[in-house]
Design a protein around this ligand. Structure first.
Ligand SMILES: NC(=O)c1ccc[n+]([C@@H]2O[C@H](COP(=O)([O-])OP(=O)(O)OC[C@H]3O[C@@H](n4cnc5c(N)ncnc54)[C@H](OP(=O)(O)O)[C@@H]3O)[C@@H](O)[C@H]2O)c1
Length: 427
């Protein structure tokens, strides 16, 4: 085979280990695909003494030296939107090296600047693993579903949240209970905030929106709500109504603007997104006249994420490298024009924890009517005079802003014992 393609890998954790193992095990076939001999020339991580489960060759204590050496591609698998990861990627690009990363936080925050730098240096910057892990959705949006444009991208993009919601439904247990179990099994981080708070989904959504709509990634424009307030009751009620609760990232065109949201959503049990269970991910792309396309699979973990990283490495080695990072030249990435997300209308599931005393229901109905929210159905199960009970209502199609206004008024009552819960329902 002709020339070598030299690979430097910074970060040998879950993803980095997977990349080294797969490159080692399947190097010959991958090299044939690339048309060049793939060779790992340098690796780095924090702890030189850590057992990695593979033979470590080309170790350096200084990851930045990888960006200055003779590697053709630097693979950044450390993580974090600042610090060493950002420095490494910038230095590598600046030194004319291709970069492959799985770092959604970095790309969501600094993607446009980095894309600019890559173009100026005539190298590529690839990030397939940064959104939906093993599902090749970045390539699909960057290169494939382009002829008719994209109207909307919706996804279950965080395996931890999907695992928790799936387990809550299967077992009837609370969020806290299932989260603890997920942490014990290694499905959730010790600090789960970024996952269950929706931030991780927001990073990925900002990237998918950029690829889909030709805008610069705009993380600040994503409205984010996580799943920690979802109760076992919500899951049970959803099921009774024929729905399932999923944490969705949704980016859609509204006229010439884009609405980006992360929030729990009730999806119909018969829908494709409802069928995505456990730690899997799923993405639905509405590609205008071309139709709707659905992708599902493993969104995280050693092998699926390594699969996406290696696809990027092989593409860079094969010379398919210097295509624009977000599917068009960085200078052509327009600033994202924000749609008024609160104008979006849907039916809503509302849950109130109220004291079971006379007049409470009438007061809630009055507040809803004052904001123009009309109720399609209502459930109150059992009575507990003087004690808190749950009241659940389904509204007719109503803009979010109106529902929020009503819930603010309702939540101010001393008869309401917890922040009212509102979840949009797919109509
Ligand atoms: N895990 C997944 O399923 C997944 C999926 C998609 C994307 N990603 C992304 O992939 C990236 C890596 O994730 P991961 O799960 O593999 O993380 P990880 O298991 O925590 O591994 C991080 C690696 O970076 C090294 N590292 C940390 N700080 C460093 C420093 N200051 N200098 C040098 N090395 C340092 C660590 O070294 P030591 O090993 O010596 O501690 C470790 O090898 C992140 O951007 C993440 O968001 C992960």
């Amino acid at each position: 085979m002709s020339t070598e393609f030299k690979i430097a890998i910074a970060g040998l954790g879950t993803v980095g280990s997977g990349v080294v193992k797969a490159l080692t095990a399947r190097g010959e076939d991958l090299s044939r695909r690339a048309g060049r001999t793939l060779r790992i020339v340098g690796v780095s991580a924090r702890d030189a003494k850590k057992a990695r489960g593979f033979a470590v060759t080309g170790w350096t204590d200084d990851p930045l030296s990888l960006a200055k050496g003779d590697a053709d591609v630097v693979v950044e698998l450390i993580g974090g939107d600042e610090g060493i990861a950002r420095q490494l990627v910038e230095t590598a690009l600046d030194n004319g090296k291709h970069v492959v990363t799985a770092n959604k936080a970095l790309m969501a925050k600094h993607g446009k600047v980095l894309a600019d730098l890559a173009e100026k240096r005539g190298v590529t910057l690839k990030f397939e693993a940064a959104a939906a892990g093993g599902i090749p959705i970045v390539k699909v949006l960057r290169e494939d579903l382009i002829a008719h444009g994209v109207d909307a991208v919706k996804g279950i993009l965080n395996g931890t949240c999907n695992y928790i919601l799936t387990e809550m439904e299967a077992s009837g247990r609370s969020f806290d209970d299932v989260l603890k179990e997920a942490q014990a099994k290694g499905y959730a981080e010790a600090d789960p905030t970024l996952d269950v708070g929706g931030g991780d989904t927001a990073h990925k959504l900002a990237l998918l929106a950029s690829l889909a709509f030709g805008t610069a990634p705009d993380l600040d424009a994503v409205a984010v709500e996580g799943i920690s307030h979802i109760t076992a009751d919500d899951i049970a009620f959803a099921s009774e109504f024929g729905y399932r609760i999923k944490l969705l990232g949704v980016a859609r065109k509204v006229g010439d603007a884009i609405d980006q949201k992360v929030h729990p959503t009730m999806v119909r049990r018969s829908s494709l997104l409802a069928s995505v269970s456990g730690a899997a991910n799923g993405v639905l792309v509405d590609a205008g006249e071309a139709g709707s396309f659905f992708f599902s699979g493993r969104g995280a973990g050693e092998a699926p994420t390594a699969s996406a990283v290696i696809a990027d490495i092989v593409e860079a080695a094969a010379g398919g490298g210097a295509s624009p990072v977000f599917g068009r030249p960085a200078a052509g990435l327009e600033p994202l024009k924000r749609a008024d997300g609160k104008a979006a209308a849907s039916p809503w599931y509302l849950r109130f924890e109220v004291l079971d005393v006379p007049g409470v229901l009438a007061a809630i109905a009055g507040n809803l009517a004052d904001s123009g929210v009309s109720i399609e159905s209502m459930i109150q199960r059992g009575r507990a005079p003087g004690e808190p009970v749950a009241i659940v209502m389904i509204t007719h199609e109503t803009p979010q802003a109106r529902v929020e206004r009503a819930l603010k008024a309702i939540g101010a009552s001393d008869k309401v014992r917890a922040r009212p819960c509102m979840i949009p329902m797919e109509s």
